[in-house]
Design a protein around this ligand. Structure first.
Ligand code: PMP
Length: 329
């Protein structure tokens, strides 16, 4: 089934809703849904790549586990588990005809139109789960992966984990991310880096961050106000396999300026080098050699050209006819 063309973007003509496939045009909610008024959603962002062995979703179970974890934190109990969200996603991709796409599951508090409830209390509102998919190119631009991007430190503080838990990928967290992103864009930067409530480096509006100093890879720890990124985890595992020391520790703002290399990681951003922070050139002002080496291995794994570290299965193939169900090359 062909996808739907909206301007230059190809979108799956079907959307998975609470266990059924519906048309894209029918995937609508009431304006008085709890989520619209109070931000009560959790979601995921997942990529399916057109690999050398067919379409495959990168670390699908890990993403869906984070989705159900996010839901649990907000006391949402959808009648679907991790594995059902996984199989719904691969079925949606098959139905969409898309070879490579971005997958967006979202669980939210809706509206019971028979028995409406409009207050902050989320409990009376039904839980709805949807999955959409569309073709999405490089988030920070094709060129960014090679030349790197210019970023700033945001004047906005990252939400603290006891305010809005950053372990949950909740829609409302992205109000904070939007402040960071808008300020960066209006200041002529591609992205902003937020400091946490103690003044230490946390993450970008939609990416984790890594520094390279004297050949070592340094990143804020999971206990900091960051999303436990799946690309972050992948890069740490790849680096360790390459014999690179990985240190998870607090990072001062000024250390960003003095890093030999700096890069963002994320499903959308993949591994994007940063060439300057606050207009201070980082290292040589271009993608550094360790960033490039990590990118090379990352993209080989994603393209099913080599196995993941430790022989782990990081690829879920979408079609039965695909040569292999696992990434073990
Ligand atoms: N931090 C934030 C705030 C994000 O939105 C994202 C993107 N999901 C990330 C980090 C990176 O996470 P992942 O590698 O799992 O996409």
């Amino acid at each position: 089934m062909a996808g739907k063309d909206v301007s230059t973007m190809k979108i799956s003509s079907k959307v998975w809703k609470n266990g059924k496939f519906i048309d894209w045009d029918d995937a609508r909610i009431h304006v008085m849904s709890h989520v619209v008024n109070y931000g009560s959603s959790v979601f995921e962002g997942i990529r399916c790549y057109n690999t050398t062995k067919g379409s495959a979703v990168f670390r699908l179970p890990e993403h869906m586990q984070r989705l159900v974890n996010s839901a649990k934190i907000y006391r949402m109990d959808p009648p679907f588990g991790r594995d059902e969200f996984c199989s719904a996603s691969t079925e949606l991709i098959r139905q969409s005809g898309l070879e490579a796409c971005y997958i967006r599951p979202v669980i939210f508090r809706g509206l019971n139109e028979e028995k409406p409830a409009f207050g902050v209390n989320p409990f009376p509102n039904p839980i709805d789960a949807y999955i959409a998919a569309w073709e999405w190119g490089k988030y920070l631009g094709e060129e960014a992966l090679e030349s790197g991007i210019e970023v700033c430190v945001s004047s906005w503080t990252r939400i603290s984990s006891n305010t809005m838990p950053t372990m949950a990928k909740a829609g409302a967290n992205y109000m904070n991310s939007q402040l960071i992103k808008m300020e960066a864009l209006l200041g002529g930067f591609s992205e902003g880096i937020a400091l946490d409530d103690r003044g230490y480096v946390s993450e970008g509006s939609g990416e984790n961050i890594f520094l390279i100093n004297n050949g070592k890879l340094i990143t804020p720890p999971l206990g900091a106000a960051i999303l436990p990124g799946i690309t972050r985890d992948s890069v740490i595992k790849i680096a360790r396999e390459m014999g690179i020391d990985v240190i998870e520790t607090t990072i001062q703002r000024a250390a960003l300026y003095l890093a030999d290399e700096l890069f963002f990681t994320g499903t959308a951003a993949e591994i994007t080098p940063i060439r300057s922070v606050d207009r201070i050139t980082v290292g040589e002002g271009k993608r550094g050699p360790i960033t490039k080496a990590l990118q090379d291995e990352f993209f080989k794994i994603i393209m099913a050209e080599r196995p993941a570290p430790g022989g782990a299965n990081w690829l879920t193939f979408v079609h039965d006819t695909d040569e292999k169900k696992t990434a073990a090359a």
